[in-house]
Ligand binder design. Sequence first.
Ligand SMILES: Cc1cc2nc3c(=O)[nH]c(=O)nc-3n(C[C@H](O)[C@H](O)[C@H](O)COP(=O)(O)OP(=O)(O)OC[C@H]3O[C@@H](n4cnc5c(N)ncnc54)[C@H](O)[C@@H]3O)c2cc1C
Ligand code: SF4
Length: 522
Amino acid sequence: MPRFELNDTDVVVIVGSGAGGGTMANELTRRGLKVVLFEAGKRQSLATFSQNPSEAFAQLTWLEPRSQSGTWDPVKNSPTLPAWHCRTVGGTTVHWTAATPRLQPYELRARSVYGDIPGASLADWPIDYDELKRWYQVAEKRLGVTRRNGNPGLPASNNFKVMHAGARRLGYKRVHTNYMAINSRARDGRGFCIQQGFCAQGCKTGAKWSTLYTEIPQAEASGRLDLRSECFVTRIEHDDAGRASGVVYRDAAGVEQRQRARIVCVAGNAIETARLLLLSESGRFRQGLANGSDQVGRNYCHHVLSFVFGIFDQPVSFWRGAVLAGVVEDENIHDPRRGFAGGYHLELAMLDLPTLPLIGLPYGWGRDYASIIDNYRNMAGMLVNGEDLPRADNRITLSTTRKDAYGLPVAHIHCDPHANDVAMRAHATGQGRKIYESVGAKRTVVSSIPPATHQMGTARMSHDPAQGVTNAHGRAHEVPNLFMSDGSVQTTAGAANPTLTIVALALRQAEYIGREAAGGRL
Ligand SMILES: Cc1cc2nc3c(=O)[nH]c(=O)nc-3n(C[C@H](O)[C@H](O)[C@H](O)COP(=O)(O)OP(=O)(O)OC[C@H]3O[C@@H](n4cnc5c(N)ncnc54)[C@H](O)[C@@H]3O)c2cc1C
Ligand code: SF4
């Protein structure tokens, strides 16, 4: 692997090696560009993944405590971990559950379709759906998404069969084993899913797509990738003309270093992306880099999430099978007669036993909790994944109370759910309960809102520079060689799990950067 000079002004710096950053690294090196890829976490492998959930959590998770405020459940239930994502080479794609639905056309026009909803900061995306669809098709081929391009769907697990039977009884029609970035047959030099259900601990067969063992090794093979793991970027610098000129980082030994750059792409997962821009304030960018609009960190979206469990007389063994391989798509529509704008998915889900009481159950220890756990074998589970509305004050700022190991303020998360989110959650969990009750559940249990696993919107794309941070290519409105390459650019959340969209937009952005760089315009 090459090691580029710290003063090499020709390299592209990418911050973060997950869905967005890992994809960018592969695409840019393929186009002949030299890339330095910074990753704060360590590198693991199929061999080092632990299938012990607690060990895996410690191995992969971004554990630095954050501060938070607001009325959102995770503020009180999960005080140091309101948002759950990874800090490891491959980012959260090591640990994700790989559901890859597309956004729907109406979701890109949320402001026009839903109207001006008080308390929400809706905007339309600056991209046409047909354009995004073209990149979805490229991304789906890259990820080997099931039920697309002739890839078979994953097999139906017991958990899915229960959900499917109940959903059909309720009259739902679009019920299937989901679009999954998991090999249903061997492809791309990787094996197929053996249905062992450890997706969130790191897939030891490599059947699940992760940049750790797809995009990053391909970029390394190009001879143009310098991957610096355990290196934490603390600041993006700029020159007198206001162009990004490089980054300051702490290397694996904690020593401060400075890497110069021609282009900087930030893909730290939307919370850390916003934090890094805010940490990079300067005399010229007093509110944070690229933040003249004061939109950096605002409009933080994380989806309307809840688990719904059904407890049955017979065993379901819901831990067997790919975790999210099932979906009811019928509610992913905009139908205000339901009492809210936007739509949601009901997706299959299970929680391993150690995680269930942490994020999946609304109760403390006691008799009732014990009776639920007694029935673990007989539980079926699903996850509500719905569109939450952006709000100007749901935002990431720099904490005034907590600092990281280098003395830098950690991210502070403020979140108050919009009334629309509350109404959607009530509807969706109600439908979830009905699904299980229709096939004989003796009890249903709804979780409180778990920590956010999908982070979006904190540096959103906008037509109008005053309403966002980047243009339709994820290029900062104010800094011409600074790009955001992760979920922070989503103008609105939609109801689709975000990663397919992140990859599609990264592929599109890489083509743009490659073209502009080749033409000498970047
Ligand atoms: C339990 C769970 C299940 C999920 N399941 C799904 C799913 O089924 N479908 C789906 O679409 N999505 C899912 N997701 C979400 C998905 O993983 C993320 O949307 C996706 O990985 C985000 O990509 P990203 O590039 O923004 O960030 P990440 O993939 O999180 O990568 C960001 C990387 O940047 C690094 N980083 C951050 N700041 C710095 C810095 N300053 N310096 C150096 N490195 C830095 C981090 O360490 C991290 O490795 C799930 C998430 C979780 C937690
Ligand atoms: S169920 Fe499939 S995708 Fe999940 S860990 Fe097992 S082999 Fe990997």
